[in-house]
Ligand binder design. Structure first.
Ligand SMILES: NC(=O)c1ccc[n+]([C@@H]2O[C@H](COP(=O)([O-])OP(=O)(O)OC[C@H]3O[C@@H](n4cnc5c(N)ncnc54)[C@H](O)[C@@H]3O)[C@@H](O)[C@H]2O)c1
Length: 649
């Protein structure tokens, strides 16, 4: 090997800074033979000379953490997304992706930075630090005539390519059908051949919790309007929203609730995550006393004041208290990491967070039994609250599926299996699907790669000027979002912004930004999105939950989206297994497009931005979704002669 770890590269073990969260033991259960394979696999990155020293160390990592992270090869000090000019590279894309990777591993951004986990309990950028080093070296060398190919964090190499092809192609955790399940994934991950990329972790497009604040804001606002009779122009003042989780994405809930005007109470078992959100000013009060929590919530409700409260404790205890005390919860959800429910993502009731971490390591079977019991109790209290008038929705974290898998078969909608979903809706079924995805609205985002806040302000302004607040209610919400974005202090990590937009909106804003780069008004910009979108994801209980023609068993849309984006020259294309819901439960893809001001990029925007959205609207229209049909009718008129999308009779 000519790249990566050099034979004299044997850095000292990093000092694990106190206060930086560490991933729990993922569980080691390989056979002797598999263990040998796992060691050989990790040692492939290491010159032979060092194998004697590193084999025992890697074995110990595998047995202690259930993974080989190669901690020793983590570069010392702080990793963070620096201004693009501080990176070396032979093309702007090569430097831009280094900014994105480092942002995903920033102590302030990542959930378990030493274990390369960005968010969602298990969403990793790479499997190990050797891959990190190797990829960074390749990105420094990458030219506009090459494509870097990455399989579950492993860089296969730089391949000859062409200027308008993707510079990076990434896949994460894609498995052959018969092995496509969490147990086999667990084995493959221990062997060092599978990475759980979530979406923007392994797809290098995470922008901190802001990425999800806008989607959460849209969800609860529209839930209030649709289910609680809130007027189209009003906000959620005087209503109570209760949920759980203050982690990577779930941590967005209190901030989104505050922007939407309601009182938000979120239960969180891990004190350190509460402290993170408190230090960002995203929660106003924290207590482990439920009397206190609900007295303050009631006062704020009475005064019609937005208020965000963290309850340090288990969500099940909180809900049982609310039920016993007849506290009216208007909107109710859950955002524990149920996509990884037996891997530590969901804390059983009756034990502390610290006890959960210990139990995971010492007695996994007991841990799983407690998880199942808690899920049942959780479901029972939700049923009681729903009977009292709370609107409960699954927040795309596989909560209902986990309850079903824990043995609560009555939760199945068709009374037999999970194919038709569950008796409670997924938020996409009732809210995001019909109100946003069917029109093409999704999580468009950008990162100002110069690192300058002034660039972000200029782009915010330019995007706002392109939104007509009178077009639809959604456009009014988006206009208000971007108008107030600066004041809401949403940036954590790189200078990034999320703004839900439809196909035309995304295209127009992208063209404007590229022009601004061309004219030297701002530095280069990375465009992207997450997987929580119209086209990029096949996920029957989430993104495709409101597709009712039986095709939500299929994963073809996500593959088309990925292939189409590659064909049209997006700078990065990614396709992953699992995303936010777990191995085997979704296929999802993403993209990155680096705006360098060139006219070639204008051409890519014109075709790729439309494709990235309209492929999914076409699928939704074909399934008979009325808002998607009307969107396609408008599109077919506007693009007559150059594009044509099939509509159902
Ligand atoms: N809302 C969305 O739009 C959206 C999008 C993508 C994914 N998700 C899903 O939402 C889930 C959360 O994502 P995340 O990034 O915040 O994950 P995370 O693991 O960072 O955070 C989850 C939090 O829940 C806490 N928790 C676990 N069990 C608990 C319990 N019983 N009571 C109280 N707190 C408990 C954990 O301590 C943790 O801090 C994931 O399953 C993710 O895939 C949601």
């Amino acid at each position: 090997m000519v790249k990566g770890i050099k034979s004299d590269c044997y850095p000292s073990m990093p000092e694990f800074l106190p206060g930086i969260r560490r991933a729990p033991d993922r569980g080691y259960n390989l056979t002797e033979e598999q263990t040998q394979t796992a060691l050989k696999n990790a040692l492939r990155y290491i010159p032979n000379k060092l194998h004697g020293k590193l084999a025992p160390e890697f074995l110990s990592e595998l047995k202690t953490y259930g993974r080989i992270y190669g901690y020793r090869y983590r570069p010392g000090g702080r990793i963070y997304g620096k201004p693009i000019d501080e990176y070396s590279g032979k093309c702007v894309e090569g430097k831009a992706f280094q900014v994105m990777i480092d942002n995903n591993l920033d102590f302030d951004v990542a959930l378990y930075p030493y274990e390369l986990v960005t968010y969602g309990e298990t969403g990793q950028v790479f499997q190990n630090w050797m891959q990190y080093r190797l990829v960074k070296e390749y990105l420094e060398e990458l030219t506009t005539e090459q494509t870097l190919v990455i399989a579950s964090g492993h860089p296969l190499g730089l391949f000859p390519s062409k200027k308008d092809a993707p510079r990076v192609i990434i896949t994460n955790g894609l498995m052959v059908g018969m092995y496509d399940n969490p147990d086999d994934f667990h084995t493959a991950a221990q062997l060092g051949v599978a990475n759980y990329g979530q979406m923007t972790a392994g797809g290098w497009m995470y922008i901190g919790p802001q990425g999800i604040v806008h989607g959460t804001f849209n969800t609860i606002l529209n839930a209030g309007r649709k289910m609680l009779g809130v007027a189209p122009t009003a906000d959620l003042r005087g209503l109570l929203f209760v949920s759980s989780g203050l982690g990577g994405m779930s941590g967005a809930q209190p901030k989104a609730g505050e922007i939407a005007g309601c009182v938000t109470v979120v239960a969180e078992v891990d004190k350190s995550r509460i402290e993170t959100r408190q230090s960002q000013g995203w929660i106003q009060m924290c207590s482990s006393n439920l009397d206190e929590v609900f007295v303050h919530a009631a006062m704020a409700k009475q005064l019609n004041k937005p208020m965000s409260i963290a309850y340090h404790g288990n969500i099940v205890e909180l809900l049982e208290y609310a039920c016993e005390h007849n506290i009216k919860i208007d909107l109710l959800s859950d955002q524990t990491s149920c996509h990884a429910v037996y891997d530590g993502g969901y804390c059983p009731v009756g034990i502390t967070f610290e006890e959960r971490t210990k139990l995971l390591k010492t007695d996994r079977k007991k841990f799983c039994d407690l998880v199942n019991k808690t899920l049942k109790r959780h479901y029972e209290v939700i049923s009681k609250l729903a009977a009292k008038g709370s609107y409960f929705f699954d927040y795309g974290n596989s909560f209902l599926k986990s309850v079903f898998d824990a043995g609560v078969k009555e939760i199945s909608k068709n009374g037999v299996d999970d194919k038709d979903g569950f008796i409670y809706p997924s938020y996409v079924e009732d809210i995001m699907g019909p109100e946003l995805f069917d029109y093409g609205y999704g999580p468009f985002r950008w990162v100002c790669l110069s690192g300058k806040h002034s660039d972000l302000k200029k782009t915010d302004r330019a995007a706002m000027d392109l939104i007509d607040p009178n077009k639809r209610g959604q456009d009014r919400d988006n206009y208000i979002w971007i108008r107030d974005a600066e004041d809401n202090g949403l940036v954590v990590g790189t200078q990034a912004r999320i703004l839900y937009q439809d196909a035309e909106g995304r295209k127009r804003i992208a063209l404007k930004f590229n022009e601004m780069v061309r004219r030297g008004m701002v530095g280069p910009i990375m465009l992207g999105r997450d997987h929580h979108d119209v086209s990029g994801t096949d996920s029957p209980f989430r993104e495709t939950a409101n597709i009712k023609d039986g095709s939500n068993m299929m994963a073809e849309m996500a593959v088309h989206c990925f292939a189409g984006n590659a064909a049209r020259g997006m700078s990065l294309v990614a396709l992953h297994n699992g995303g936010g819901v777990g191995t085997g439960r979704s296929i999802n893809g993403g993209f990155g497009l680096v705006l360098d001001g060139s006219e070639e990029k204008d051409e890519i925007i014109k075709s790729a931005m439309l494709w990235d959205v309209m492929g999914g609207v076409a699928r939704r229209a074909w399934a008979g979704n009325p808002n998607a049909i009307s969107t396609i009718e408008e599109y077919n008129k506007a693009y007559a002669g150059s594009s044509q999308i099939t509509l159902p009779y």
